[in-house]
Design a protein. Structure first.
Length: 265
């Protein structure tokens, strides 16, 4: 008997923030399918907690996020919990995010960790478009397998692309492509690290943050200035716990202690 086709998750989310008095407020919100958001009532920035109600990503899933901080607004985007990329019976799962920061805005892209499971097949992209003096704090943490359960990623696929432009010109490019025995590849390229994070900070204080950020880095970590106002950081750690231990003080510093509460739970 033929097996019924596996259900696929589709979803799209649109969120935009506008300036409101001394803080920021929701301007537009349009969820569909498996994507939605919650908005804690907090003073200051507008905080949006993105939720994938499908409970994870597998082959054939299609998820999209579009977000914007309008002129003078401050938008903080995070996730309710770690995202999970499960075993894919066939095809790739996709998650595409497009963010925009208008002049004078501040945009925080602070999702919690992505956990790759054995057999995962995920293709992910993030594109950020900044205008004029827009500020950005972005982090993308990834955990390769559930180390506490003895999981080894001997068969998984992960493609990740990050692009940041300012005033229409390339500012930052990053990409990861790992397929097959990820455990063996990480052993060769990253001394067996089980977790990593890419971080970018765009703001006039970037140069002043360089030395303090370097002081918080693990042995397998580095930070450099791409421009006087652009700080790029890469961290590698043994596992998710080790990654957070070094990442949290850096995020606290760069966000001026504005890290979403969901990161503390």
């Amino acid at each position: 008997m033929d097996q019924p086709p596996q259900p696929r998750a589709e979803g799209a989310l649109l969120v935009s923030a506008k300036r409101s008095g001394a803080g920021s407020a929701l301007d537009r919100y349009r969820p569909s399918g498996a994507m939605k958001a919650m908005f804690p009532r907090l003073p200051g920035p507008l905080q949006a907690i993105v939720i994938n109600s499908a409970g994870g990503i597998t082959g054939g899933d299609r998820l999209r996020l579009q977000a914007e901080a309008s002129e003078g607004a401050h938008l903080v985007l995070t996730t309710q919990a770690a995202e999970r990329a499960y075993r894919a019976a066939s095809g790739w799962g996709r998650f595409d995010s497009r963010l925009r920061g208008a002049p004078g805005s501040t945009l925080f892209w602070l999702p919690q960790e992505l956990i790759l499971y054995q057999g995962a097949a995920l293709e992910r992209s993030l594109h950020v478009s900044l205008e004029a003096d827009a500020r950005l704090l972005m982090v993308e943490p990834v955990i390769f397998g559930r180390a506490a359960m003895g999981e080894r990623l001997t068969d998984a696929r992960f493609r990740d692309r990050i692009s940041v432009d300012r005033d229409g010109l390339p500012l930052y490019r990053d990409g990861v492509r790992l397929e097959g025995d990820l455990q063996a590849q990480l052993a060769r390229m990253a001394r067996g690290a089980g977790a990593m994070a890419s971080l970018l900070y765009v703001g006039p204080e970037a140069e002043a943050h360089l030395a303090p950020v370097r002081a918080e880095l693990p042995p397998l970590g580095g930070a450099s200035l791409l421009q006087r106002d652009v700080l790029a950081v890469r961290l590698l750690a043994e596992d998710g716990f080790g990654l957070r231990r070094h990442l949290l003080p850096i995020l606290d510093r760069l966000s001026q202690d504005g890290l979403p509460t969901s990161w503390r739970l």
